[in-house]
Design a protein around this ligand. Structure first.
Ligand SMILES: C[S@@+](CC[C@H](N)C(=O)[O-])C[C@H]1O[C@@H](n2cnc3c(N)ncnc32)[C@H](O)[C@@H]1O
Length: 320
């Protein structure tokens, strides 16, 4: 059978021409992306990758203990983060229904804790952790509630046994770790199977680069971060945008709900008495200091030593 030579040659040449044209067409986009990346790299802080982890951790504590930390609530109000966060819980886009043991990581001035207090069921146990004791003290004062148990601790070495919490919130904290895997592994470890995570992370765009400069954190690429979550059995359930404008400008960072897939086999990073960070409790406020606030104290947490995260944490608390 004779081949339709002429026809195939013309088809080949037209596909080649199309290829060349599409390459040519891509040039402005490539230049634009390249310019963006250079601008981003010029703005983005890379302190986190230039320092030893311990040194960097001390730097983070100094930043949040200082005036920037004192302004955190104001900046969260200005960015709309508190208002949009409240709406997210109120509309049950992230549903706290059924959550009985909730961990808020990097509680800061209690921005997320305030939503948890408002929208979780009254019998839910709420724990907030932060690297900065000063921030937790600010949170306690701002919330005017002794209900959440506040623990000074590090996301990369959480002082809780595996499968402890059915819900974890971790908002704008992961970017303070030089290796996000450390934090996500810890979240996956302390979460029960099918437990849910609300994760907000600074994204690797121009706005994110400025955020990283101000807070000396890093930024994350959406696809790579979600791949990393997936590899740790934290499956993507939902992606959030605070508003349509946020989506349009890709602002507000990577905001997702993740679900822990299934029971994980024991790993080297499993709970270990010797490697976990020392955890200290931030004591509740005296009832007399709360009475003026007009807020109802839903449930007072016992003071240090009476209740602890685990037997091990108790031993750490009493040893401090
Ligand atoms: C930008 S604030 C976020 C506060 C709050 N989660 C929110 O969404 O508004 C980051 C907080 O994470 C804390 N943080 C930073 N690195 C941490 C770590 N490795 N472990 C625990 N907390 C950390 C900081 O001290 C600070 O209070």
């Amino acid at each position: 059978m004779r081949k339709p030579r002429g026809k195939s040659r013309s088809t080949e040449s037209s596909t080649e021409a199309k290829k060349k044209w599409s390459l040519f067409r891509d040039i402005p986009r490539v230049i634009r992306d390249w310019k963006k990346q250079i601008m981003q790299q010029m703005v983005e802080a890379n302190l986190i990758h230039r320092m030893q982890h311990d040194q960097y951790r001390k730097k983070v504590i100094r930043i949040y203990d200082g005036h920037r930390g004192a302004l955190l609530v104001r900046t969260s109000q200005l960015s709309g983060h508190i208002r949009y966060g409240d709406r997210l819980f109120r509309r049950r886009q992230f549903d706290l229904d059924g959550a009985k043991n909730i961990l808020d990581i990097g509680s800061g001035a209690g921005q997320v804790l305030s939503h948890l207090l408002k929208y979780s069921s009254a019998d839910a146990r709420i724990t907030g952790i932060d690297l900065s004791r000063t921030m937790l003290e600010r949170a306690r004062k701002r919330l005017q509630s002794n209900r959440p148990r506040l623990v000074v601790s590090d996301l990369s070495r959480l002082p809780f046994p595996r499968d402890t919490f059915d819900c974890v919130t971790c908002c704008y904290v992961l970017e303070h770790l030089p290796d996000a895997r450390l934090g996500l592994q810890e979240i996956a470890r302390v979460l029960v199977p099918r437990g849910r995570v609300l994760l907000f992370v600074t994204e690797d765009n121009f706005g994110g680069a400025w955020t990283s400069r101000f807070w000396k954190c890093c930024t994350h690429n959406r696809e790579s971060l979600l791949d990393l979550c997936q590899s740790l059995d934290l499956e993507l359930k939902k992606e959030f945008w605070f508003t349509g404008l946020h989506r349009w400008f890709r602002a507000g960072g990577i905001c997702v709900e993740l679900v822990k897939a299934a029971p994980q086999p024991a790993t080297a990073t499993d709970f270990d008495e010797t490697s976990a960070t020392p955890a200290t409790f931030v004591p509740p406020m005296p009832e007399s200091a709360l009475s003026n606030s007009g807020l109802r104290v839903l449930q007072s947490e016992p003071v240090e030593g009476e209740t602890s995260v685990s037997t091990r944490t108790r031993s750490i608390v009493s040893s401090n």
